[in-house]
Design a protein around this ligand. Structure first.
Ligand SMILES: C[S@@+](CC[C@H](N)C(=O)[O-])C[C@H]1O[C@@H](n2cnc3c(N)ncnc32)[C@H](O)[C@@H]1O
Length: 324
C-alpha cells in the first residue's frame, strides 16, 4: 500500500507553493530545520504562513507516511466498530487528520487542536483543498487542557516530543480520557521519540489500556539500555522536496516510533513483531523479534518449510512461524 500523499493533497500543497520563490521557501526551511536540529520546538520558529508552508513542504509527506503506516497496522488488527470521528492533538498542518480520513474514509467528524495559528490556518487550507473543508480546528495548548469532546480515534503525531517531558503523562492521560476506541501516538524514531512512547505506554497500561501495536503484549517493555523500538517507511520525494532539502535521491526513509492503545479487549495478534530489517544470508534468514517476554534473534534455515513465506516479511510485520 502506498503511504505517499494522495493526489488531491499533493496538488493542494504544490498549489500553495506556486507563486512563491523556491529559494525563499528553501531559506525558510533552512531556518526551521536549524532550529529543530538545535533541539527547539516548532513554536519558537514557525510564526508565519511562509514558515508553516516550508515546514509542510519539507516534513508533511514524511509524517503523513509514518501516520499512514501506523493507521494501516491499526486497520489490519481492528475488529471493533468503524471509527466515525477523529481528534488530532498537536495537529500542525492537519497531517494525521488527512491520514486518518484516507485510511478510514467513513470518518465524518474531524477535530484538530494546536497552539500555532499559522499551522491551524494551513490545516484549514489543505483540508479544504482535499475536499474535507469541515474540520473543527481549535486553538489551544495541550498542556493546559483538551477540548471536552471525545472521539472514536485520537491521534498525537510528532507532538509529544515538543512537550516538556514532565507534562507528557498528563497530556497522554487526558487524550486517553477523550478516546472512545483507539489512541494512536507517533513520534520520531529516535531515542527521545521512543522515550516519549515508552513513558506514555507505561501510564496507559497502568490505566487499563490494551496495546494493539507494535507490542504483542501489555507487560513491561523488554527494550533496555540505549536501544530503542522504531520502524521505517519509504516515500517518494517531490521535485520541490528535493530542492528544499538539497537531496539527490528520489525517495526518503522516515523513521518513527509508535503506539496503538485500545479500550476494547481487541482480538490482537499476540505473535512476535519484527524489530529490525531481516537479514537474509546464504542458508538462513535472521529475524530480530519482540516476543513480549524478551527480545530474541531467530534464525530460520532456508531448508525450513516456512522459510519462503517468512522471507517475504519486513521490518515491522508480525512474525507468525506457523502461519499460512
Ligand atoms: C512537529 S509538529 C507535528 C505536526 C503534525 N502533527 C504532524 O505530524 O505533521 C508538532 C506540533 O505540535 C504542536 N504543539 C507543540 N506543543 C503544543 C502545545 N503545548 N499545545 C498545542 N500544540 C502544540 C505544534 O504547534 C506543532 O503543530
Amino acid at each position: 500500500m502506498s503511504r505517499d500523499l494522495p493526489p488531491g493533497l499533493r496538488a493542494a500543497l504544490s498549489g500553495l507553493a506556486e507563486g512563491r520563490a523556491l529559494n525563499d521557501l528553501k531559506r525558510q526551511h533552512g531556518a526551521v530545520s536549524n532550529h529543530y536540529r538545535a533541539g527547539g520546538a516548532s513554536s519558537g520558529i514557525i510564526a508565519s504562513d511562509a514558515r508553516a508552508l516550508a515546514y509542510a513542504l519539507a516534513r508533511l509527506p514524511a509524517t503523513y507516511a509514518a501516520c499512514r503506516s501506523v493507521l494501516d497496522r491499526l486497520d489490519a488488527a481492528w475488529d471493533g466498530p468503524p471509527f466515525s470521528s477523529v481528534l488530532d492533538i498537536g495537529c500542525g498542518p492537519g497531517t494525521a487528520l488527512m491520514a486518518a480520513v484516507a485510511q478510514f474514509p467513513q470518518i465524518e467528524t474531524l477535530i484538530g487542536l494546536d497552539h500555532n495559528p499559522a499551522f491551524l490556518a494551513l490545516a484549514g487550507q489543505l483540508l479544504g483543498a482535499a475536499g474535507r473543508g469541515d474540520p473543527a480546528l481549535i486553538h489551544g495548548d495541550l498542556s493546559r487542557g483538551l477540548p471536552a469532546e471525545a472521539a472514536d480515534l485520537v491521534i498525537a503525531s510528532y507532538a509529544l516530543v515538543e512537550l516538556q517531558p514532565e507534562t507528557v503523562p498528563d497530556v497522554v492521560m487526558r487524550a486517553w480520557a477523550l478516546t472512545r476506541q483507539a489512541l494512536v501516538l507517533v513520534e520520531p524514531g529516535t531515542p527521545t521519540g521512543f522515550q516519549r512512547i515508552a513513558m506514555a505506554r507505561h501510564h496507559l497500561v497502568s490505566a487499563g489500556a490494551r496495546i494493539l501495536a507494535p507490542c504483542p503484549h501489555d507487560n513491561a517493555c523488554p527494550m533496555a539500555g540505549d536501544d530503542w523500538c522504531h520502524f521505517s517507511v519509504r516515500l517518494a520525494r517531490s521535485r520541490t522536496h528535493r530542492h528544499l532539502k538539497g537531496a539527490a535521491v528520489p525517495f526518503e526513509d522516515e523513521r518513527f516510533s509508535y503506539l496503538v492503545a485500545v479500550r476494547a479487549p481487541a482480538g490482537a495478534n499476540r505473535s512476535p513483531r519484527i524489530l529490525a530489517p531481516p537479514r537474509h544470508q546464504k542458508g538462513a534468514s535472521h529475524f530480530r523479534l519482540c516476543t513480549g517476554e524478551r527480545l530474541e534473534e531467530v534464525v530460520i534455515p532456508s531448508r525450513d518449510a516456512a522459510h519462503k513465506r517468512l522471507k517475504r516479511l519486513e521490518w515491522g510485520d508480525i512474525f507468525e512461524k506457523d502461519g499460512n
